[in-house]
Design a protein around this ligand. Structure first.
Ligand code: HEM
Length: 488
């Protein structure tokens, strides 16, 4: 057994020991649920183990708990209370509550060794809010149009390397391509020549997100050690670039995301430090690349296995070609409504952030759709299981079916289901500032693939791998392709 497996089994063993210890310490009987009048039902150790062994880790496990305990329940894990709120009708406080009432807290501790002690979850809430605002400003919608040419160039340059026909692992290809786009659009021109190194450094960082590091972010597994080395090297690279840019006169300043971060100032007038800029660049690239690669790959798996949706997307591309010929620019991408819905439906079924976490600082009350009221005590960790919410049949008809038209005018199941029915990009205070950027880059990739290649999926439809917490496609995703020129 290699070290990673040892670490995974160590985590599971710790988890089981803790559950048993909690059970013994509390001297519970065989009852599965403990409830007080307004506290959520508490899932005890035996009930939890029962679901874990029956369903395994991941969405099926959470789904099983939901069917057994209802839409609000508390799990006690390693002494911490984790309360799950299932369904959009009880999500509002998590998204809208003030930071003083409910915040991201220290639940994202696993990101500190990835992004650094100087930014985001390594600093206090006030500084974190300012840093998030710097990133949001750097990505403002008005600047989105300026990303289209670089995205286009990167996509064309990448696929020109494919032959007349062949077989590729789409997972590997799109992961690489997304790194090229992120480097070009987010990291700055200096890094373009270092693509290979940057790609492998981010790859090591991404591997740092897993079940072991979630519970033990500093446990010295080989993965965590490689993650720390990758972080140190990225910090060194970014610091050198920031220093060099700061030494240039203003007329030589660049117009890119990195420059906007370099020019940011805190409310007290302090400039951002090299370490802070490095941390924000790593965080931004991580947030952008990993989620978008995940979505592009699943979009491929879904589109290439669903003839009806594939035909609809191709028909739309033909219409775009007839309208814009070779001048496919920003406005043409805004018109790709069918492709947009195919991506959105992929996000519903394979959301890259399957759960959202918060820490409640004050008690708050929720009411289930059946009318039951519960008080969620301050101190509880609160979880919205987005992946499960997206599969609720009371919101999404036939939720296991890939049906992009559920978001079309006249149906709009996400809107009918109420605010927070679709939360792949979060909601409220921490709504993802990169949503439009993400849709744009995935559309640029898939419209290019549809117009220039006839592709077929040749490996079995991928299972979901929950070990890395994001629900990636398991194994390779092999496709065969043949060049073509789609015409109208
Ligand atoms: C398919 C692609 C993407 C998905 C599914 C996604 C999802 C999310 C989600 C769910 C959140 C909220 C987390 C929470 O509430 O705890 C979030 C926040 C964030 N995302 Fe994205 N994201 C994507 C792409 C991007 C891109 C392309 C960027 C930047 C270029 C980006 C930058 C951010 C940042 C900076 C935040 C933090 C916002 C805050 O805390 O206020 N994301 N994203």
């Amino acid at each position: 057994m290699d070290m990673e497996n040892v670490a995974t089994w160590f985590t599971i063993a710790m988890f089981l020991i803790t559950l048993v210890a909690i059970k013994i310490a509390r001297g519970k009987t065989s009852s599965h649920i403990l409830s007080t009048r307004s506290r959520p039902p508490s899932v005890n150790a035996i009930a939890l183990l029962y679901s874990l062994f029956r369903k395994g880790f991941g969405l099926p496990f959470v789904h099983d708990l939901y069917t057994r305990f209802g839409s609000v329940f508390t799990i006690n894990l390693f002494g911490a209370n984790i309360t799950l709120l299932v369904g959009p009708n009880i999500s509002a406080h998590l998204f809208q509550g003030l930071e003083s009432e409910i915040s991201i807290g220290n639940l994202n501790d696993l990101t500190i060794p990835m992004f650094g002690q100087e930014v985001l979850y390594g600093v206090d809430t006030a500084i974190r809010s300012e840093q998030i605002n710097f990133m949001v400003d750097a990505l403002k919608l008005s600047q989105l149009r300026s990303f289209i040419d670089p995205m286009f160039e990167e996509v064309e340059a990448y696929f020109v390397k494919w032959g007349q026909d062949g077989m590729v692992d789409l997972k590997h290809e799109l992961d690489q391509l997304l790194m090229f786009i992120s480097s070009r659009c987010l990291l700055g021109y200096e890094l373009h020549a270092m693509h290979e190194e940057i790609y492998s450094l981010f790859h090591e960082l991404e591997k740092g997100v897993n079940i072991v590091s979630f519970f033990f972010p500093y446990f010295p597994t080989p993965t965590n050690r490689r993650r720390d080395k990758a972080h140190a090297r990225l910090k060194e690279i970014f610091s050198t670039i920031v220093r060099s840019r700061r030494s240039l006169c203003s007329s030589q300043a660049q117009e890119d995301v990195l420059q906007r971060l370099i020019d940011s100032k805190y409310k007290d007038g302090r400039s951002v430090t090299e370490e802070e800029i490095s941390g924000m660049m790593i965080a931004l690239t991580f947030a952008a690349k990993r989620t978008s690669a995940h979505t592009s790959i699943w979009t491929g798996a879904r589109l290439l296995s669903n003839t009806e949706s594939l035909m609809a997307a191709l028909k739309e591309q033909m219409h775009i070609i007839s309208k814009y010929q070779n001048q496919i620019g920003y406005d043409a991408f805004l018109e790709m409504d069918t492709l947009h819905r195919c991506i959105k439906e992929t996000l519903r079924m394979h959301t890259p952030a399957p759960v959202l976490f918060r820490k409640a600082h004050e008690t708050f009350r929720v009411q289930t759709k059946e009318g039951k009221e519960y008080d969620i005590p301050g101190g509880h960790n609160v979880v919205i299981p987005t992946a499960l919410n997206h599969k609720l049949p009371c919101i999404y008809k036939d939720p296991e079916a890939y049906d992009p038209d559920r978001f079309a005018l006249g149906r709009e199941e996400d809107k009918v289901g109420g605010k927070y029915s679709f939360t792949s990009f979060g909601g409220g205070r921490h709504f993802c500032p990169g949503m439009s950027f993400a849709y744009l880059q995935i559309k640029v990739i898939w419209s290019h693939l549809l117009r220039n290649f006839e592709s077929k999926i040749i490996s079995p439809f991928p299972k979901t791998d929950w070990r890395n917490l994001g629900g990636e496609p398991k194994g390779k995703l092999m496709i065969s392709y043949k060049r073509r020129q789609l015409t109208c």
